[in-house]
Design a protein around this ligand. Structure first.
Ligand code: ATP
Ligand code: MG
Length: 580
């Protein structure tokens, strides 16, 4: 059972078993059984134009996961055919994130740009076969003449040029003799094809921009549909797994390989992309959030980028678990953010040691505790895992408790501290509130309490019942820290669904709460960014590598102990009968 520090169940349902099979794995198993393939080769083909996000993790876990299961390899191939938007910074970030997730491409690191010479030769071959032509229509004209789903397109006036003329023009394009926008190379397929993508698609365009790897060698760049299938073919990929929006592109993928009569022909299979509510998932939109300063960077802990999740404190295992739980299907679906958070919670519940940290401190003076005395009390590190051991925590006359654990006029079900009331300090003593000190505005600034020396460790030798147990830290020994609490970045489930409104109008102004004067138990002095902790009753936390300084640690809350959002939504539904 999953429990918080007080042994309360927090998420009763068992962890979903890892997905063992899906329709893609079934196809692959059949291909191996029938002898169609002896070895499986997959690839993950990111475009280095942004950081990877949780959607990419789904594809990474699928492609690298299958390779692992079959003792095979998964290639990492950068699809770097848009020089204007790509950079080596993104290449390095992508490599770091994949490694962090726990996957390794070994020797198999490739770039589509490595194939530019061969792709050029393939284009020449298409031209010679009469299957490609240089077209001088503008982009707008091409779009306009493409037709619609119900009407065929019109043929370009340049369509029936001779191969010789096309070869000469294409060479001029390559040599930089023609300006960007003056012409493109188009495949010659069928302007009446029901699949619009087959209506003489553009396969090369002129871009006079330096490329992060090939520099100024090229001023023509191949389009995705031409590049992707041929790159897969060159690398001997057996199964080219992509998301459903490429379903219509499959016909073009197959046309290129068939027309060029390539020696191998990878099979493209589409699966549903990952969509999660309360976030946006496209790199273009994530880039806008970064560029316009709505977040602190690609690794802002509120972003569902892999670097953001890492900084937030998600473990790679929890992200792999999440991908296994959601599985692979062919139907587009929305995954609730709570599912991702639950994966983090389940993983951390299992492995994170428990500690005490006071986020909004209220000072308590124990008037009958000697001023110069301090003792070391024993605390357990994990209630279900004795093997994780114990630690000691210092106790003395002045301590901090959570301000919310005291109420001057407590309602009926409030069992924590109140005037005249007794509570248990976790692992320490029972204390009774004797006096409330206020400032000139009437705010409670300090409590005067007495402790019962007979109750060391929280026991009650006389058997008296005390309902509330609260956490605390010794004032003299506490570490002062900044703690950042995160909330969802958007206030609505589908921020980019409303076409009339910019998705950024739905940004949650309360997505980050910074608490600057938190008091943490001294054992956290030794925390490293690799550690995760459960602050009892508060959630799971980790040290922020970026912003922590020698004098002031910064902790991020990874996730709360309970799924308060889902509970809140359910409550609202029950109360109002409507969706929040
Ligand atoms: P975005 O749409 O976020 O800009 P992209 O598809 O342009 O992403 P690529 O770098 O081209 O990003 O993606 C690399 C691989 O990751 C592709 O095979 C793509 O299908 C896959 N991928 C991207 N987004 C998702 C997602 N949400 N769910 C599953 N796979 C995804
Ligand atoms: Mg893409």
């Amino acid at each position: 059972m999953n429990t918080d520090g007080n042994n309360n169940p927090v998420s009763p349902e068992p962890k979903a078993a890892a997905q063992t099979t899906d329709f893609i794995r079934t196809i692959i198993a059949n291909d191996l059984q029938s002898g169609k393939h002896k070895q499986i080769v997959t690839r993950f083909p990111p475009e280095p134009n942004g950081f990877l996000h949780i959607g990419h993790a789904k594809s990474i876990c699928l492609n690298f996961g299958i390779a692992e299961e079959y003792n095979s390899v998964c290639h990492l191939r950068f699809d770097d055919t848009n020089p204007g938007r790509e950079s080596t910074e993104y290449v390095e970030a992508i490599k770091r994130d994949i490694r962090w997730l726990g996957y390794d491409w070994g020797e198999h690191l490739y770039y589509a740009s490595d194939y530019f010479d061969r792709l050029y030769d393939f284009a020449l071959e298409l031209i010679k076969k009469g299957k490609a032509f240089v077209c001088h229509l503008s982009g707008d004209e091409i779009r306009e003449q493409r037709g619609t789903l119900t009407e065929p397109g019109r043929e370009s006036p340049y369509r029936n040029r001779s191969a010789a003329e096309n070869l000469q023009l294409f060479e001029q394009m390559k040599n930089g003799e023609l300006e960007a926008g003056t012409c493109v190379l188009r495949a010659k397929i069928d302007m009446a094809a029901p699949n619009i993508l087959l209506r003489d698609p553009v396969i090369y365009r002129i871009i006079k921009t330096s490329h992060h790897r090939t520099g100024d060698k090229w001023c023509i760049y191949p389009m995705y549909d031409f590049t992707h299938c041929l790159s897969d073919m060159i690398e001997g990929i057996t199964h080219s797994l992509c998301t459903l929006e490429f379903e219509n592109n499959r016909a073009l993928y197959d046309w290129v390989l068939d027309t060029l009569e390539t020696p191998c022909h990878p099979r493209q299979i589409e699966f549903a992309r990952l969509n999660i509510n309360y976030t946006v998932m496209s790199k273009r939109k994530l880039l806008q959030l970064v560029d316009e300063g709505h977040v602190s960077g690609w690794d802002d802990p509120r972003m569902l980028t892999l670097s953001g999740l890492r900084r937030r404190g998600y473990t790679p295992a929890s992200i792999r678990d999440f991908c296994a739980i959601i599985g692979i299907g062919r139907r587009d679906a929305w995954i609730d953010m709570g599912v991702l958070e639950k994966a983090a919670r389940d993983d951390l519940n299992e492995h994170a040691p428990r500690v005490m940290g006071v986020l909004k401190p209220l000072k308590v003076v124990l008037t009958n505790y000697p001023e110069d005395k301090a003792e070391e009390l024993e605390a357990i590190n994990h209630p279900q895992k004795p093997e994780m051991g114990v630690r000691t925590i210092p106790f003395c006359r002045e301590i901090y408790i959570e301000a919310t654990d005291f109420m001057e006029e407590p309602p009926k079900k409030f069992f924590r501290l109140a005037p005249g009331r007794e509570v248990r300090l976790r692992y320490a003593y029972l204390i009774t509130c004797r006096e409330v000190i206020k400032d000139e505005h009437g705010n409670v600034v300090e409590l005067r309490c007495t402790y019962d020396p007979e109750t060391r460790g929280g026991s009650t030798p006389d058997g008296r019942k005390v309902k509330g147990t609260i956490h605390w830290v010794s004032a003299r020994h506490a570490i002062r820290a900044e703690v950042r609490l995160y909330n969802r970045l958007f206030t609505v489930e589908h921020p980019d669904r409303d076409k009339e409104k910019d998705f950024k109008t739905f940004l949650n102004p309360e997505s980050l709460e910074v608490l600057t004067d938190c008091m943490l138990e001294p054992s956290l002095q030794k925390a490293t960014p690799a550690d995760r902790f459960q602050f009892e009753r508060q959630g799971y936390f980790c040290l922020d590598e970026q912003d922590t300084t020698a004098g002031k640690p910064v902790f991020n809350r990874v996730v709360t102990l309970r799924d308060s959002w889902t509970r809140m939504k359910e409550k609202m539904k029950k109360n109002t009968g409507t969706k929040p």
